[in-house]
Design a protein around this ligand. Structure first.
Ligand code: FES
Ligand code: FES
Length: 157
């Protein structure tokens, strides 16, 4: 019987930068990005796909990166919260979060920003219901949902 490879070479592009690393086959994408690539903006709240703190955009699709293995992302183009601002300029959404006090402890914020970014790309003028639906996979333990909703709505309207 042939041995199962325990690690694999993985190449990903994260926020426009290409990385190639040898990765343990069982390593989750969120752990790979945080621990191997030192991009710690994406958070881990549950590791079970419930909280949304680890949300990233992978090949244009919003994903919870604790639900993917790093090896499954081989060849992918990944966006994390670190890639939103350009040359120190906040995106309109990030500025709106600041303007609307849409963060308290900030733990959920990277995931909220990625979910809302994915929404606004495909639907620049979402309805209230569409905003709520887009954020329903993201938990804010500080319960700051209203201000987060208002921040997204201000950008979308
Ligand atoms: S850490 Fe991925 S959904 Fe909570
Ligand atoms: S601001 Fe604290 S978890 Fe959302």
């Amino acid at each position: 019987m042939s041995a199962i490879a325990s690690s694999k070479a993985v190449t990903v592009t994260v926020n426009g930068v290409e990385y190639e690393r040898e990765v343990e086959a069982r390593k989750l994408l969120i752990h790979f990005v945080r621990d191997d690539l030192d991009l710690t903006g994406s958070h881990i709240g549950c590791d079970t796909g419930n909280c949304g703190a680890c949300s990233m955009i992978v090949d244009g699709q919003l994903v919870k990166s604790c639900m993917l293995l790093a090896v499954q992302a081989d060849g992918a183009s990944i966006e994390t919260v670190e890639g939103l601002a350009e040359d120190g300029e906040l995106t309109a959404l990030q500025q709106s979060f600041s303007d609307h006090h849409a963060l308290q402890c900030g733990y959920c914020t990277p995931g909220m920003l990625m979910s809302a970014t994915a929404l606004l790309r495909t639907n620049p003028n979402p309805t209230d219901e569409q905003i709520k639906k887009a954020l329903q996979g993201n938990i804010c333990r500080c319960t700051g949902y209203w201000n987060i909703f208002e921040a997204v709505k201000a950008v979308g309207s």
